[in-house]
Design a binder for this molecule. Sequence first.
Ligand code: KG4
Ligand code: ZN
Length: 348
Amino acid sequence: PDGPLVLGIETSCDETGVGIVRGHTLLADTVASSVEEHARFGGVVPEVASRAHLEAMVPTLERACETAGIRPGDVDAVAVTSGPGLAGALLVGVASAKALALALGKPLYGVNHLSAHVAVDQLEHGALPEPCLALLVSGGHSSLLRVSDVTGGGPAGGGVDPMGATIDDAAGEAFDKVARVLGLPFPGGPHIDRAARDGGTVTIDFPRGLTGRRDLERHRFDFSFSGLKTAVARWVEARERTGEPVPVADVAASFQEAVCDVLVRKALDAAATHGIEDLLIGGGVAANSRLRAMALERAAAAGVRVRVPRPGLCTDNGAMVAALGAEMVARGRTPSALDLPADSSQPV
Ligand code: KG4
Ligand code: ZN
């Protein structure tokens, strides 16, 4: 394969990821997760995540190089997520990437986490169509982005333009909170997905946030999932008060339907409004089977092509960082300085 050989490091949340790519070819994608350490708290604990990154970094780097069959000194560049994310967690990745780049005498590229969720699709489906619309849905973010140059986000500025975002909870956060209400383990997304496959006999009509006429005027491409989460919690509480069993599968399926309906509706509206024919869906929630099926079906009817990376590439990983780093090298972007800061609220 051709293209630059790039190693990417991701530590913005609870996954320590090291990926190695050559151009659009994935050579290694090693991920160590501290998710089990957070499960008993029902959410990611920043201090626990930072410590876990520190412990996992060197072994994860070694395993990735072994898998790819390379030595660290072979790489053309080192890329790292510089934001957004948990400050202490990001710092571990950024410091590690700087040390590696400095020791190897290779250029360093700080990349934006959201742009990396978009760029990862190149490893599966080849060169990204630009402009395209990206629907990014995860535990930390839910946004609609217009992508005219995927290497332009974050520190580089321009090229990845936000059209809308959640005004309260992220979609993945809603999945995780509803799962907790239903007594399902953390992180809840995959459990709701699974439970929902047995549901559907009874449909509960949960609210679709920011889809009313007045809301659409101000928040046409924004999302809101906090009202939906509360509506589900109230419905379950009311049912528990009567002593009747909670139909977990039906609640899961109806909740999931409400989330997916809004996500797909707004994404296709944005695509039509801006005359964009390619929709990319990324982030952990893009692993959701109903979201994938609904997006494919409705987009086909609207004449929009959909690209969704396989589930393993949708959740946080190092390959996405390496993929974006390789694109930056290929497009001649200027490397980052060695004083690259970790920026927890880095805009895209
Ligand atoms: O992208 P990601 O790994 O980390 C963040 O950047 O947040 O996304 C994690 C989120 C969690 O909220 C998890 O519940 C959700 O993605 N998730 C899913 C599924 N798999 C993961 N949500 C719905 N359905 C799934 N199959
Ligand atoms: Zn993410």
